[in-house]
Design a binder for this molecule. Structure first.
Ligand code: SAH
Length: 367
């Protein structure tokens, strides 16, 4: 995680967006520079959004020249962008000649949330998620993950502030562990983005051993894509459940919640008509989560071409929510944002050259 990435090819420049603070300090040590220079450079790059070494005026001229020659600050390029009527912004980022990912900014009263991706495609094959349809292509590097924040901040300028980051875009973040952790370290580093740990949320389908490792290395908010209250149903919707069933998953959530003042874990639950939305499901969910400090986020299902699922009706969602609330569970219903520009959960469109032939069925990327 903190090893110094080598240039891809001889003569290629080293992208400093790939380094968290510790890694940059190690890099500066290796090239014979004082480690505190790394802190100055991190501040220039991430706090001030500067990519031109010549502008880093508190570094000596020879160091600036040296960095200019061997290093670069290179975020993913913006291939396309859109703005929704409701203020949601969406960027399609070109991460290499064959692959694009999407990043979405969602402004709300008093906060601005950036939803970022961690992989190109996804290997997990959740039955209701459009990303699954295109298969897995590759992990994103640190520069490509934190670069989404770097680029979004540059694009938003003074106009809107990013106060929260959610890893709820494409991919399973815990299957790209080292890169995701380094990127989150930068997000929460006071010398970089300085976001509060509570305002950086990692969402996972439930890779149990990685939840435990996460707890040991960084303290961020955790969201679990639960979607079903029983193993039988969750096996169908989120197939990784066959490997890490509910009992093991919820035990890991308890351990995670226990680390910091009984911090609450968020459980995401996509509302699928007649699949997981009956009062019996709500009651089973209440039983399942008893004893875990939790918040539940009900997500209206966003449709996409060729999906067999439909979203539960508003009434059904309200009733489901009321049952959870009556049982004392903190429950919110996620507002659908940016649907006019296809930026809502499960509506993101990316062009991905997946290896999996399923890509020919659908070229939509879920969030
Ligand atoms: N792989 C991680 C990160 C993705 S987060 C995870 O599973 O948590 C994206 C969230 O949106 C997940 O909760 C996912 O289950 C949900 N989602 C996927 N497709 C959706 C759709 N079509 N409509 C609504 N939510 C969807």
């Amino acid at each position: 995680m903190n090893s110094v990435p080598a240039p891809v090819s001889p003569g290629a420049k080293i992208n400093l967006l790939d380094f968290d603070r510790e890694a940059l300090q190690a890099f500066f040590g290796e090239i014979g520079e004082k480690p505190f220079r790394a802190v100055q450079v991190i501040q220039w790059i991430h706090q001030r959004g500067v990519s031109d070494f010549a502008a880093m005026t508190d570094l000596s001229k020879p160091l600036r020249a040296r960095l200019q020659e061997t290093c670069e600050v290179r975020p993913p390029e913006i291939a396309y962008q859109q703005a929704s009527k409701d203020g949601t912004r969406k960027w399609l980022l070109q991460v290499d000649p064959r692959n694009r990912i999407e990043t979405v900014f969602i402004p709300e009263e008093g906060r601005g949330t950036l939803c970022i991706s961690s992989q190109v495609g996804c290997a997990l094959n959740c039955s209701f998620c459009s990303t699954a349809q295109q298969g897995f292509n590759r992990n994103l590097g640190v520069a490509e993950i934190v670069g989404q924040l770097w680029a979004a901040r540059r694009e938003l300028g003074e106009e809107r502030k990013i106060t929260n980051v959610v890893l709820m875009g494409m991919g399973e973040p815990l299957l790209n562990f080292a890169h995701v952790v380094s990127a989150m370290r930068l997000m929460t580093d006071d010398f970089a983005y300085g976001l509060s740990r509570r305002r950086v949320t990692l969402s996972t389908s439930g890779i149990v051993p990685a939840i435990d490792r996460l707890r040991e290395v960084i303290d961020v908010s955790l969201a679990i894509s639960l979607h079903a209250p029983t193993d039988a149903l969750r096996d169908q919707l989120v197939p990784i459940n066959k490997k890490y069933p509910l009992r093991a998953l919820l035990a890991a959530c308890k351990r995670y919640a226990g680390t910091e003042n009984r911090r609450k874990v968020t459980f995401e639950y996509v509302m699928l008509d007649s699949v997981n939305d009956t009062p019996a499901h709500a009651k089973a969910l209440v039983r399942l989560l008893s004893g875990i400090p939790s918040k539940i986020n009900l997500i209206p299902f966003n449709s996409y071409p060729n999906t067999p699922y439909r979203c539960s009706s508003e009434d059904v969602i309200e009733r489901f929510s009321a049952l959870l609330q009556q049982a004392g569970l903190i429950t919110t219903i996620r507002k659908t944002r940016g649907s006019d520009i296809d930026a809502a959960c499960g509506q993101l469109i990316g062009k991905v050259s997946a290896r999996d032939p399923r890509k020919f069925r659908l070229q939509a990327v879920g969030s």
